[in-house]
Design a protein around this ligand. Sequence first.
Ligand code: NAD
Ligand code: DAU
Length: 353
Amino acid sequence: MKIKRSILITGGAGFIGSHVVRRFVTRYPDYRIVNADKLTYAGNLENLTDVEKKDNYFFEKIDITDKKAIAGLFAKYGFDGIIHLAAESHVDRSITSPDEFVHTNIVGTVNLLNAALSSWQKEKENKLFYHISTDEVYGTLGSTGRFTEETAYDPRSPYSASKASSDHLVRAYYHTYGLPALISNCSNNYGPNQFPEKLIPLAINNIKTNRPVPVYGEGANIRDWLYVEDHAAAIDQIFHNGKPGQTYNIGGNNEWRNIDLIRLLCRIMDRKLKRPEGESEKLITFVKDRPGHDLRYAIDSSKLKNETGWEPMTSFEEGLEKTVDWYLTNTGWMNNVISGEYEKYYDSMYTGR
Ligand code: NAD
Ligand code: DAU
């Protein structure tokens, strides 16, 4: 079959990346999809077993901070599109080890920008560098308002500062060198395959195994939750219909205080595990707050809706049910990811052991 497009997806073995890879590989059989991933603790090829044998899917174990490896990858596949998700993504880890975030998220992004620029120097028509970013670059909100594409950047954690830096570099390459590039900034994702360092899978796993469910501070912080497949659908829309030089905010229009979300999850788990009502809530434990903890995120995604028609399709009720069912069914996946390094991380974060 003739290849219509050759697309590099970085970080495709991670949580969101694996859903994007699956969507592109299955919906676009005439696109060649190359997943380049270093397979850090967060990267897991088990996320992609259902598509790994497809003819249009290729995996390359590559570190985006390795310039030579990136040059070789571009020479081998001749990409015309890049969807860049590879990153260190967990705020708590960025507080204890910021250097890794600077290296991967900033230096890694610059390497990819340079490789794209050099490979597209003769012809920039029909090429696109699409950088996946976060709403955390905008900082924190009080009790009202929402982030728009015009909101000034105000990152407050090493993670969000590293993502903000990479966003600035992407825009600089667009303006200075004419690299066809665009960015989207999304709110909190949840769904199958998310590593259990993040709130929802960590809480599901702890409730299931009767461990304390750690809630930072008073649980009053608010996040805007989006089902991961809805994010993948937005990425698809933006990749095909977005305009270079533009930024698109993506959100779930679905704000929850952490404590209310955890209580809801406890009720769902009681029902699924056939526990008496209120049993799982007893596991909720308030712990020391995250330093510099952003109070509230909320996204205005009306620009994306007006330009492409995209809207979230999955209600929170439906998405949480699907997510809980996935984790309760895929116990092998969970057991594999919580062995080894995870226990050490968990103890250093939560038990002080
Ligand atoms: P994740 O941590 O689950 O996955 C990150 C992936 O990147 C992993 O597969 C990892 O192996 C890979 N990776 C890390 N360092 C690498 C390197 N040096 N070279 C190659 N690969 C490397 O992250 P996620 O939650 O899926 O997030 C993906 C992207 O989306 C990130 O850029 C993140 O900032 C952004 N984002 C995430 C959310 C969210 O709620 N999770 C929301 C908005 C934006
Ligand atoms: O907003 C988008 C961002 O969402 C992404 O850019 C990040 O990659 C992603 O990790 C996520 O960041 P958060 O810090 O919001 O997600 P996390 O799941 O770590 O935490 C969600 C909220 O829950 C936050 O207010 C901190 C709190 N929390 C988290 C954990 C892990 C707890 O109360 N207890 C916990 O154990």
